[in-house]
Design a protein around this ligand. Structure first.
Ligand SMILES: *Cc1c(COP(=O)(O)O)cnc(C)c1O
Length: 405
């Protein structure tokens, strides 16, 4: 017997941690054994820079020998994902992550210095949507639309900022937004603006990283047919391995493929592409659609439990797999709540709420998602019980805080 590596000891500890905690981080999930097998396979040994030889985009060929099998794999993966979303859009499954997918998507149609309009990070957007600490904010001239007083996307603000900033690309999508995003309305706003100015319309990009699973299952309106570029992660509600993908209108295929490789990446991760293909097979099943319906029902049930106990929820509810608890009235910070719940075996993350008065390292809110525990078999009553446990912890924290004061 050889010595057990320190690494496997740590993996075993992490496996037990995952099994023994209530996982409410909205961006996490538990993949199937088959996804794990694919990602842990010998495909990690293979170099395959380039694209399968018969690729529609015309960027033919790989830069290495021995690629016949991975060519078949990557073609299969692409075909399966088009089936999941019932689309004839072109798809690139090589991005290593959601952030890499966004970088390549921007660079496929923009040049450094071009203007982007997106939802601000503090209102639920993502770092890669133009934050000054991210490449997106450094490379592009970014302007932001906001949410209104109720916490919902302010489409009028979006329309006004289109005219004020004249962006080359308008981005929709979020990491912490619990309501339906009206892609059709944004399309109409962009078209109306273009007709008015007589110029070509800015590109419309949708980053559906969080809600992709809901789009696949028909529980959120689809951006296909409306957006020019659609990016996503594969590891959130889609329940695949960590990674990204880019969908685009067929006429942008060549630009998108070139922006991924050689534009921003080298060799693709074929073991992860295999995992993405397995996840796509799973997402085509009725069982997956049932799973997503349950995620949404669970989220609504848990959110309603918090509302019934008197808590404030940003936008007053949820349409998807997550919601934001606004802790302002409790006097507790998102960070303290996150840490204390960690000690109680409940994992979630602090999150700023719209117009948060506390800095990002503290925040006045927490984000709660139901995708992971629904995979573990939780139903409405289980999530209501977790809400009650969280309430008990929050009330204890408030009592302790009052005693210290
Ligand atoms: C999670 C997320 C990403 C980034 O994904 P990574 O794989 O962590 O890089 C991008 N956009 C949105 C909206 C996200 O929620």
């Amino acid at each position: 017997m050889h010595e057990v590596s320190r690494v496997f000891e740590l993996i075993e500890r992490e496996r037990r941690r995952q099994e023994n905690t209530v996982e409410l981080i909205a961006s996490e999930n538990f993949v199937s054994e088959n996804v794990l097998r694919a990602v842990g396979s010998c495909l990690t040994n293979k170099y395959s820079e380039g694209y399968p030889a018969h690729r529609v985009s015309g960027r033919c060929g790989r830069y290495y020998g021995g690629c016949d099998i991975v060519d078949e794999l990557e073609e299969y993966c692409c075909a399966k994902w088009r089936e999941v979303f019932d689309t004839d859009y072109h798809v690139n499954v090589q991005p290593h992550s959601g952030s890499q997918a966004n970088m390549a998507a921007y660079l496929s149609v923009l040049r450094p210095g071009d203007a982007i309009l997106a939802l601000s990070l503090s209102n639920g957007g993502h770092l890669t949507h133009g934050s000054s600490v991210n490449f997106s904010g450094r490379l592009f001239d970014c302007a932001f639309y906001e949410v209104d007083g109720s916490g919902c996307i302010d489409y009028e603000d979006l329309a006004a900022k289109l005219r004020a900033h004249r962006p080359r690309l308008v981005l929709a999508g979020a990491s912490a937004y619990s309501r339906v995003i009206d892609f059709a309305r944004i399309r109409r706003l962009i078209d109306a603006y273009a007709a008015e100015t007589g110029e070509t319309a800015p590109y419309f990009m949708v980053d559906m990283a969080h809600i992709a699973g809901l789009v696949a299952a028909g529980d959120h309106p689809s951006p296909f047919g409306l957006a020019d570029l659609i990016t996503t992660t594969t590891h959130k509600t889609l329940r695949g391995p960590r990674g990204g993908m880019i969908f685009c209108r067929p006429e942008l295929a060549k630009q998108v493929d070139g922006a991924v490789f050689p534009g921003t990446q080298g060799g693709p991760l074929q073991h992860v592409i295999a995992g993405k293909a397995v996840a796509a097979e799973e997402a085509c099943t009725p069982a997956y659609r049932e799973y997503i319906h349950q995620v949404v029902k669970n989220c609504r049930a848990m959110c309603e439990a918090f509302l019934a106990m008197g808590y404030h929820v940003v936008t007053g509810g949820t349409d998807n797999h997550l919601f934001l608890l606004d802790l302002t009235e409790t006097g507790l910070t998102g960070k303290d709540v996150q840490d204390e719940l960690d000690r109680c075996g409940i994992t979630l993350n602090k999150n700023c709420v719209p117009n948060d008065t506390k800095p990002p390292r503290l925040t006045s809110g927490v984000r709660i998602g139901t995708a992971a525990m629904t995979t573990r078999g939780y139903r409405e009553a289980d999530f209501v019980r977790v809400a009650e446990r969280i309430d008990a912890v929050l009330r204890r924290m408030q009592r302790e805080q009052a005693q210290q004061a």
